[in-house]
Design a protein around this ligand. Structure first.
Ligand code: NAD
Length: 708
């Protein structure tokens, strides 16, 4: 993996090029190899200077997350970074100039290696990004990232980079002092030799020459709050209850900067060992790294089906979802026929895409030329004949069975056999939509999420007759759109809508029981949901939600609906009290100055409970209800694996990622505790909390729910 060769005159290149991977992953074997190589270099007087380069498109990828997942105790996690710490320290203290050539992304452990070099040259290219993304996986840097970075970029910027996880570009890195110079991408080696010849590359680090000027004040103080600014919430606020990494990062930086580098690295390592061996890091790595990679790689695609070439996409319905789908299809380079009841209606949809392109241009995320080219690919139409040469059709008309049947029938009459006919329905079973069409095997569900251009996830639903060919072709389309997918079975509400209905339904049931809506939303936020379910209900519009619930609870015999009072709550709000929701002048809350405030008629609508529920019970009712419904869906075979439920929940409706997702949540609570708590909830609140056998069996066998 490492190759060392003399470039000229005592200057040696240390090339890193892992043979069995596209990335230079530094697992334990690689670190051991590098460590002994550095010892040899340090002892060899013939080596005057070292240039560290990568044979990959990226610099170095950092540690092996599989090894980290297996490290169950702090000692095991500490052992994983110990040798790397020694190796990096040796690089910077051996008294020789060491240049890192940053040809592409250097993130996490890759940046940490670069920080230990005494000089950094980055390619002047958009491909370069430098950062510490560990926090996104519930982790923190463990090889000096929190300690060396502040010396180069200042403590405030270092805190910002480590807590946001966001990388900086090559230009920003130069301005910040993170790299010493930029060079043309093909010219990095020459630039390094020139810097060495000029004597610009130091033989020791600034941190080993004197104390650090800056400090990171305690977040509990005024000064600390000023430095942490927008990150205070994740360090000391509500989010800190669930996510231990941000506070550990700030603590390690604060304590480390007050001492010398060797002690500082020890402080970081202690915190790292605690965080990396903890449940949140493991849950996040499993779901957000391995699970999401699986979902991106289209692992469920039937292997024997040939790749599907798509040139033109037909989108039926130019409303919010249809325009979003047309937008992402055009962005992927496809020609799009955007169809609605009239050309004017379709043009309105296209205008909304133009508007979102304007926003992207204003924010510097898109060029005018790219926007013009994207928009030129979208043709608003009302005539089904324009679909004759489409290779893929997605319907996103109103959620009404009769309307969808008509539209699918008209499309099926003109498109070629074998062209997938997808529905973006949120709830209606695909088999029912497919049956009246002439080729039900071509029909599939592609359930996009709003806003389509930003949400990374699509739930793919196989109807009973959906062919392997249709599935493969639809997944090729998803890959082109760069969406992550989970493939699920059919049924009312499939996977995501059924679990979200269990969640919103429980919140509405508590509302009907007279629980204070502010307490309900507060409990959901405390668990890590991004928005309270009742504020969300107001945002959706209560009459629309009433229709959705009527549809999704149509199979009223389901276990998950036993005792649920969502339909009653919505009928009372909409029919008896004319509450329409936020856009309709007020719903469960009023919004006098844009913020939810108590609605004065609430007590008349839902008389308050005599005895308030505790925040813990409110939270458990909403969170446990989701996990139970997901377990039932796995038991029914709608969802194949707990990992699919995890990925779909985190990407689909932002189920708190610190838990690992809706299935791993059970393991986070502890499966025995979860089962016992659900038994207690069932006794008090009804049969929808009955624990499915699949969970009871696993609890009895001492297994985790998501054992992946
Ligand atoms: P919308 O009301 O914004 O758009 C529906 C569009 O369909 C309108 O432009 C309407 O003119 C058009 N339409 C109605 N009848 C038609 C017909 N006979 N022929 C052609 N066009 C017709 O609705 P939306 O929010 O975009 O939802 C569309 C679909 O996507 C629904 O099935 C919905 O359940 C699903 N969905 C919505 C969301 C969401 O967050 N809104 C999320 C996922 C899925």
């Amino acid at each position: 993996m490492f190759k060392i060769q003399e470039v000229e005159n005592g200057v040696w290149e240390l090339g890193i090029d892992r043979p069995d991977s596209d990335h230079n992953i530094m697992d334990q074997d690689a670190v051991a190899e590098l460590d002994s190589l550095i010892e040899k270099i340090a002892a060899d007087d013939a080596v005057r200077a070292v240039i560290v380069s990568s044979g990959k498109k990226t610099f170095v990828a950092g540690g092996d997350l599989r090894e980290l997942l297996e490290a169950a105790t702090p000692d095991r996690a500490r052992a994983l970074v110990e040798r790397n710490r020694h190796c990096l320290r040796r690089i910077e203290t051996m008294g020789k100039p060491v240049v890192a050539l940053l040809n592409g992304p250097a993130l996490g452990g890759g940046l940490e290696l670069a920080l230990a070099c005494t000089y950094r040259i980055a390619a002047d290219s958009q491909k370069v990004s430098l950062g510490l993304p560990e926090v996104g996986l519930g982790l923190m840097p463990g090889a000096g990232g929190t300690q060396r970075l502040p010396y180069l970029v200042g403590s405030e910027q270092a805190v910002k980079m480590a807590l946001s996880g966001k990388p900086v570009s090559a230009g920003e890195a130069l301005a910040l002092g993170l790299v010493d110079e930029l060079a043309a991408p093909g010219n990095l080696m020459d630039a390094a030799l020139a810097a060495l010849a000029r004597g610009d590359v130091p033989t020791a680090q600034s941190w080993d020459k004197g104390p650090f000027g800056g400090v990171i004040p305690d977040p509990e103080t005024e000064a600390g709050r000023a430095v942490l600014g927008p990150f205070l919430r994740v360090v000391t606020g509500r989010a800190a209850r669930n996510e231990p990494a941000p506070a550990a990062i700030v603590g390690a930086m604060r304590d480390g900067l007050a001492t010398d580098m060797d002690a500082a690295l020890g402080i970081e390592q202690d915190q790292f060992a605690r965080i990396a061996s903890g449940p949140v890091a493991k849950a996040r790595i499993r779901t957000l790294f391995f699970g999401v990679n699986d979902a991106k790689s289209m692992a469920m695609r039937p292997k024997d089906e040939p790749a599907y070439a798509i040139g033109k996409v037909g989108v039926l319905g130019a409303g919010m979802m249809g325009s979003g789908i047309a937008h992402v299809a055009a962005r992927a380079g496809f020609d799009v026929a955007l169809l609605d009841i009239s050309e004017e209606a379709a043009a309105k949809g296209k205008a909304s895409i133009a508007k979102s392109c304007d926003t992207a241009i204003a924010r510097g995320r898109m060029s005018r030329e790219a926007a013009d080219a994207l928009l030129a690919r979208i043709v608003p139409v009302a005539d089904y004949a324009t679909l004759a040469d489409a290779d893929m059709v997605v319907e996103a008309v109103s959620e009404n069975l009769a309307v969808k049947n008509t539209v699918l029938g008209m499309a099926a009459a003109v498109i070629r056999p074998g062209v997938p006919l997808a529905s973006n329905t949120s709830t209606l079973p695909i088999t029912g939509l497919a049956t009246p069409t002439p080729r039900p095997q071509d029909v599939i569900g592609l359930h996009f999420f709003a806003p389509v251009d930003r949400m990374p996830f699509v739930e793919v639903i196989r109807g009973e007759q959906t062919s392997q060919q249709t599935l493969a072709r639809a997944l090729d389309f998803m890959k082109a759109l760069r969406k992550s997918v989970v493939v699920v079975g059919d049924g009312l509400g499939f996977f995501t809508s059924r679990v979200v209905a269990a969640y919103t339904g429980e919140a509405l049931t508590m509302l009907a029981e007279g629980v204070d809506p502010a307490e309900i939303d507060k409990a959901a936020l405390a668990a890590g949901m991004p928005i309270g379910p009742l504020a969300m209900a107001d945002m959706t519009s209560l009459p629309l939600l009433k229709d959705i619930f009527a549809s999704i609870t149509g199979d009223g015999g389901r276990q998950g609906l036993q005792g649920m009072k969502a339909n009653e709550a919505l009928a009372r709000l909409v029919d008896d009290f004319a509450r329409a929701g936020r856009a309709g002048g007020g719903g469960i809350f009023d919004y006098p100055d844009g913020k939810p405030a108590p609605w004065s008629g609430l007590a008349a609508c839902f008389p308050p409970r005599a005895e308030p529920l505790t925040p813990e019970i409110i939270e458990k009712r909403m969170m446990h209800a989701q996990a139970l419904e997901a377990a039932r869906l796995i038991e029914e075979g709608v969802v194949a694996r707990p990992t699919d439920a995890d990925v779909g929940s985190v990407l689909g409706w932002a189920f708190p990622s610190w838990t690992g997702g809706v299935a791993s949540y059970v393991d986070m609570v502890g499966i025995d505790t979860f089962v016992a708590e659900c038994d207690a909830l069932e006794a008090t609140f009804g049969g929808r909390f009955r624990v499915p056998e699949i969970l009871r069996d696993r609890a009895r066998a001492g297994e985790k729910f998501n054992a992946a």
